[in-house]
Design a binder for this molecule. Structure first.
Ligand SMILES: Cc1ncc(COP(=O)(O)O)c(C=O)c1O
Length: 381
């Protein structure tokens, strides 16, 4: 039996149009800044409900460009400690100082109460990460706080293409948003990223930074920028999936509902609490294991006996990584990160696979729990 991997990018084998479009582009010789980039920007700005979208060469550079455009030099930016390191690195690279915030275990996203404590006169803004594609209502509260304090809200939507909460679409909630098109993401072109915003001023600054500092209305160079552009062929690949975004997300939600329904044993698992008005994207399905269940033993059993992969990520947390190593305690994040597992939701996971995954997980968790439940202080990894 072939193993179900933790992530699998969108399949292209049915996409004859991609090869036709790529061939056309190669023959035309227009490999950069042509009609495919323009179409990608127009279509994504419609889908993410913003005035502007700018295609760039990665999610990390999207963050860096935005933060440079927000002019954070010498200022503090609040970031969740549970995120990919790119979120925090971008702050440093743009000349700012990342201030790490704790996590709300119910959502896996930033803890608003910790954020409130950490805002001060030096705070330029906040980066909110939709962890694993969970879109909590707390982001709307955060938007109000940012408006009141006159600081920016930047959405790191690398896991959340096509998500929404209440009447708000991810990408248009903050002052700007950044998406990644990396190989494992919901939309991918191998490497790539996108910035969305409603601000003409910010759009102009971002366009200048990413094009060697060229002024958008003249041939002059007005800033020390660099080249952060996406290519035409990458845009064709991204566009080919954009048409299926709703289908991709409804598949991921269908698989997530199966996990929610069948992994309901409180002794083994703690599920996240999902807001009713959210349309989550479930880049991965996150779940916390009981402290009596060894995560690595479970991973081995699932891979060897049952042919599916459970994964976990972002450990050590950002504030514990050598690049930052802050001597601070963020207790919620430090507690949950040891117990986190992610289940696959990608298009290669069928409903029948998801049901089988749940049955096997329940079985193995039952055995591992029984083996360890009498241990006084289990410290499984
Ligand atoms: C939350 C988050 N932010 C930023 C990034 C950076 O994106 P990229 O790998 O496209 O640079 C990633 C992804 O890999 C991510 O998961």
């Amino acid at each position: 039996m072939k193993e179900i991997p933790g992530a699998k990018p969108y399949f292209f084998h049915q996409e004859n149009n991609i090869s036709k479009e790529i061939k056309k582009t190669l023959i035309s010789g227009n490999l950069s800044q042509g009609k495919n980039i323009r179409t990608l920007e127009e279509k994504t700005s419609k889908i993410f409900n913003t005035k502007y979208a700018i295609a760039v060469n990665s999610g990390g550079t999207a963050l860096e460009i935005c933060l440079e455009a927000f002019r954070i030099e010498g200022k503090e930016v609040l970031v969740p400690t549970q995120t990919f390191i790119a979120t925090a690195n971008a702050v440093i690279r743009a000349g700012g100082k990342p201030i790490f915030c704790d996590i709300d275990p119910k959502t896996g996203c930033m803890d608003i109460n910790d954020v409130k404590k950490k805002i001060n006169k030096k705070t330029a803004g906040i980066i909110f990460v939709y962890m694993f594609g969970i879109i909590p209502e707390s982001v709307i509260k955060l938007k109000k706080i940012c408006n009141r304090k006159k600081i920016f809200l930047l959405e790191d939507a690398s896991h959340a293409h096509g998500g929404s909460v209440n009447k708000y679409t991810v990408g248009g909630i903050g002052d700007a948003a950044c998406f990644s098109f990396y190989a494992t993401k919901i939309l991918t072109c191998g490497e790539g990223g996108l910035i969305t915003t409603n601000s003409a001023k910010l759009k102009k600054r971002c366009s200048t930074i990413m094009s060697h500092g060229k002024d958008s209305n003249s041939p002059l160079f007005v800033y020390s920028g660099n080249n952060f552009r996406l290519t035409e062929i990458q845009a064709i690949i991204a566009l080919s999936q954009l048409r299926y975004l709703k289908k991709i997300n409804s598949h991921r939600n269908k698989i997530a509902r199966i996990y929610q329904k069948y992994l309901n044993n409180d002794l083994f698992y703690t599920q996240l609490i999902l807001d009713k008005k959210s349309k989550n994207t479930f880049w991965r399905y996150p779940l916390y294991l009981s402290k009596y269940i060894s995560r690595s033993a479970l991973q081995t059993l699932c891979a060897k006996k049952h042919h599916f992969r459970i994964t976990w990520m972002y450990e050590p947390l950002c504030h514990q990584q050598p690049v930052f190593r802050k001597n601070i305690k963020l207790p919620n994040a430090e507690n949950i990160i040891r117990r986190l597992i992610n289940l696959p939701t990608h298009l290669a996971v069928k409903s029948s696979d998801a049901i089988r995954i749940c049955k096997k997980l329940n079985l193995e968790c039952k055995n591992l729990y029984a083996k360890n439940k009498n241990k006084k202080s289990p410290s499984f990894r």
